[in-house]
Design a protein around this ligand. Structure first.
Ligand SMILES: [Zn+2]
Length: 195
């Protein structure tokens, strides 16, 4: 009876050994689970990327490749200036195109005000368009100031303390005229004044 039990137990041991050799198997299943999660989250940003609003620089920022400076190159040298001129010019052009569309909408709404019940909704829409036009105007004039600053060798340096604003911050906010520290201090001061 004892000898009969032994052969039964040995194939079981072999089975466990092969399982031990294939330790990668549970890892693979774990990878599958994470990859499924990744594909579901990837679908959402794809839909967002199709909506491009030039008034919002964050969406526009995806259209250019970030600058990668050499360790030895000087801050705001010719090639860095060129990089920001092209970003600012492209952004300005996109805003001007958008502004033309906004202007057309405003004129259409001005000449075609309905007397029906949806008048209030139309007025709300009209106000939003006027605000949009104002925001676009302000942004365009800010961009023009930044382009002038590049010409005057002032671009990229904090107007308050004179420190380098930095390429990364400028790429996130190309019209920035202050370093992050001075900007933060000013924002705190503003809050204290109004609060
Ligand atoms: Zn500063």
């Amino acid at each position: 009876m004892v000898t009969k039990k032994k052969p039964k137990s040995t194939p079981k041991k072999v089975q466990t050994k092969t399982k031990a050799n294939l330790k990668a198997k549970p890892k693979k299943s774990a990878l599958r689970k994470t990859s499924v999660k990744k594909t579901t989250t990837k679908k959402k940003p794809n839909k967002r990327q199709t909506i491009s609003n030039p008034s919002d620089f964050e969406s526009f920022a995806k259209t250019f490749t970030p600058y990668s400076p050499n360790k030895t190159e000087k801050y705001m040298n010719k090639s860095q200036k060129k990089h920001f001129i092209s970003i600012l010019s492209a952004w300005k052009l996109a805003l001007e195109t958008e502004q033309e569309k906004t202007e057309q909408l405003i004129q259409k709404d001005q000449s075609n005000f309905p007397d029906s019940l949806d008048r209030a909704a139309k007025e709300e829409e009209f106000m939003l368009e006027l605000r949009k036009r104002e925001r676009e105007r302000k942004l365009i004039s800010k961009i023009e100031m930044s382009l002038k600053d590049i010409d005057d060798d002032l671009y990229g340096f904090c107007e308050t303390c004179g420190i380098e604003i930095g390429i990364k911050r400028l790429e996130a906010r190309p019209t920035a005229t202050q370093c992050i520290d001075c900007k933060t201090v000013d924002e705190i001061k503003e809050k204290q004044q109004f609060g």
